[in-house]
Write a protein that binds this ligand. Sequence first.
Ligand code: 13P
Length: 288
Amino acid sequence: MALVSAKEMLKKAIDGKYAVGQFNINNLEWTKAILQTAEEMKSPVILGVSEGAGKYMGGFKTVAAMVSAMIECLGITVPVAIHLDHGTYEGCYKCIEAGFSSIMFDGSKFPIDENVAKTMELVDVCNKKGLSLEAEVGAIGGEEDGVIGRGECADPDECKKIADLGIDMLAAGIGNIHGKYPADWPGLSFDTLAAVKKKVGNMPLVLHGGTGIPTDQIKKAISLGVAKINVNTECQLAFAAATRKYVEEGKDLVGKGFDPRKLLAPGVEAIKATVKEKMEIFGSIGKA
Ligand code: 13P
């Protein structure tokens, strides 16, 4: 199946009360591991690409071409969207040009009127091209490509303003943050989530910072309208731990253990296990 926008898969997720995982990619191995797991689990999937990761992988065009070719060569039949994660205004246009099927414009750092104006413009462009668009209200804290922010709670009225522009999914800050949660993290603000949901109706909501949120909170968030959950750090931690173990056990020094295909294999398996576990929690298995 060719790349698809996230519109249809998120509509189905809202109706079926589950969430589609957005797993961020950082290289070819990551991409292949996530696509193969999605196919095996018969789950729709969204591949997230941050601007930093896009640059690292050789540019957005390289990434879009790699993902499209891999879907074809690996015979992937489940719906796959390639989605710009936390796009700047300029980054959105670059990804539209490069062939992404889904875009996130993160205007949360702008005053609300500017966020509205820029989002409105991008709604029009994405609609014409059949791409899905995610917008953000209330900055989601933690580290995003080197920028550290606090977890905010979005203003439900501002969420409605942005949701009414015709976007396909809305990331509203509900106390969630990227990366590891601090020990004194108070948890997700379900009052905020319920208030946002009341204002935006059936709009699929996006939960960023999916790493380390307890399962009961994830399930409650899905019951309150979250239809897409982003995971990045957890795959990175799993990959790093498995690679470190392989090296510490000296396996890279035995036979051809230094061959990148062998050296990276434990990390790849760790990513697959993490993605599978998340898909189970999100309830997306068998939904493709
Ligand atoms: P984590 O890195 O905390 O999993 O968050 C990922 C994310 O929200 C990407 O937008």
